[in-house]
Design a protein around this ligand. Structure first.
Ligand code: AMO
Length: 488
């Protein structure tokens, strides 16, 4: 039984602990009295106290009667010092022969490490702490060799890393990226809640397509056919029509697209909002304030994680990433202007064409950061997007209240104001070759008084690519699903 140690403060981590979690709130568990981070950051006050910690064996050194074990948990590293004289022989041997990454629990007194020998005039480094071990056990052996190096930098390709994601995640910079992912979701949530949005969950087993029927994954649902949801679109709208007013959802979306690119997956997390009494410009405001908040919070709280990512990038001769808080408002480049920019920049494009990545490169030369492209042609937007009635394009084509948010060459978000008049909505469905009768579950929601409303869907992994400098969404998705990967 481990004695509860009372409140454990967590002082600013030393350089060695950068990127490790602040564990101030972590309570003792069945396997440890303290996190390693708690011991390391409070060492001076803990000298002589007995602690039990557990972690992965990073290195095991020494021979004969002494052994130095470097242990790592999610909050830090600490050296455990073992003397054969103080321990049972078989136990000592088991630790001394432990393979890298084996999990080990040690108990012992916190002690100050012997300070290093200093050259004449060299300033003394801050004191470091270790554990003088009186008890230990190997919890689970690690097989050797490791298919992916954790602390040593052996190059392996992305496929091998993803096959062994459980080990890949133990690497400091990969771990830091996923901590950043958690932070982005947390700050995004916080921001939306501060603007009066509430979190909802919508079904992922559905009967009708939200984003067009060709890229749905079909599934057998008892005696009938169903699909995996491509987007919470229709359901988040129904929630708003039902009076929830401002909603958001962070959930999976499935698309049976045969893309094989750095930014497409067949399952991705879509961060969606929908709000009543709002138009396209209103929800663009929500989007840019949310991103501004995320970037500000990361800059205020999480630069240690960015440093860990940058240390790795430096080792690979890659430019460091910087957390530049974008200024508000983000530029708005209406679709018609974007087309002109592409044409002037030498790109081939006509009004009514999609703006593809190579076109975006031309636009990004002028607008390298976040920028909105509002007012797309009506013909290019899904049936639920609202017509922009007060404006026509120079060519006479109808404009919509649909927009995209791009960063550089990559689309982050699509959104817009929605059509809330049921007769127009049904006509839009017919115009797109869809059968209104298949959508009554949705259109019925508009028959009893529908508020004008708007929203957007943001690709979480794409935003993480911007923040972490990852060149591929797979880097920031734990277990990506693409055409050639459904395991692990
Ligand atoms: P859209 O289809 O543009 O819009 O998707 C919204 C955002 O989701 C991300 N995304 C993807 N990310 C990874 N892999 C994919 N295959 C993939 N497809 C899309 C992109 C994209 O901008 N219902 C609308 C949103 C709305 O209007 O509210 C929708 O789903 O970052």
């Amino acid at each position: 039984m481990i004695e509860p140690p009372g409140p454990i403060p967590f002082k600013t981590p030393s350089r060695h602990e950068r990127g490790m979690r602040d564990s101030s709130g972590w309570r003792p568990t069945a396997y440890r009295s303290h996190t390693i981070g708690q011991v390391v950051s409070n060492g001076a006050d803990m000298i002589g106290s007995e602690v039990t910690v557990a972690g992965y064996a990073e290195t095991v050194r020494g021979r004969g009667g002494i052994c130095f074990l470097m242990l790592r948990d999610g909050t830090g590293h600490i050296q455990a010092f073992l003397k054969r004289d103080n321990l049972d022989d078989s136990l000592f041997d088991a630790i001394q022969s432990a393979t890298r990454e084996s999990t080990i629990q040690v108990t012992g007194a916190v002690a100050q490490k012997r300070p290093p020998k200093l050259a004449e005039g060299e300033p003394a480094p801050p004191p470091e702490y270790e554990i003088s071990v009186t008890g230990a056990r190997v919890l689970a052996d690690a097989a050797a060799p490791l298919p992916v190096g954790v602390t040593d930098d052996v190059h392996v390709g992305l496929d091998v890393r993803l096959d062994n994601r459980h080990l890949d995640l133990r690497r400091a910079h990969v771990n830091a990226m996923f901590q950043l992912r958690g932070k982005v979701l947390q700050y995004g949530r916080d921001h939306l809640i501060s603007e009066g949005f509430q979190e909802i969950n919508t079904p992922k087993i559905i009967a009708a397509a939200a984003e067009g029927g060709t890229n749905l994954f079909p599934m057998k649902y008892f005696e009938t056919d169903a699909y995996l949801s491509q987007s919470p679109q229709l359901y988040k709208q129904l929630a708003v029509l039902g009076g929830l007013e401002r909603v958001f959802e962070i959930g999976p979306a499935f698309r049976a697209e045969k893309h094989d690119t750095y930014r497409h997956l067949n399952e991705f997390i879509s961060f969606d909002i929908e709000g009543a009494w709002m138009d396209d410009e209103d929800v663009m405001g929500v989007q840019e304030r949310m991103i501004h908040h995320i970037w500000s919070q990361v800059a205020a709280n999480d630069l240690d994680l960015i440093d860990v990512v940058n240390e790795y990038r430096a080792s690979q001769d890659q430019e460091p990433v910087t957390v530049d808080i974008p200024s508000l408002p983000f530029p708005r480049i209406p679709y018609c202007d974007a087309i002109e920019i592409v044409k002037v920049g030498g790109g081939e494009i006509e009004w009514g064409d999609d703006i593809e990545s190579h076109h975006c490169d031309i636009i990004a030369a002028q607008y390298p950061g976040f920028h909105f492209i509002p007012r797309w042609p009506m013909s290019m937007k899904p049936f639920y997007i609202h017509h922009k009635e007060d404006e026509e394009s120079a060519s006479g084509g109808q404009l919509s209240r649909g927009f995209d948010l791009n960063y550089g060459r990559d689309e982050m978000t699509s959104g817009g104001q929605r059509e809330h008049r049921v007769d127009v909505l049904e006509q839009n469905l017919r115009n797109m070759g869809l059968e209104p009768a298949d959508f009554t579950f949705y259109t019925d929601g508009f028959r009893y008084g529908a508020p004008p409303h708007a929203g957007w869907g943001l690709g979480v992994a794409r935003l993480l690519m911007v923040l972490t400098g990852a060149g591929n969404v797979r880097e920031v998705v734990l277990f990506p699903r693409d055409r050639s990967r459904v395991t692990p």
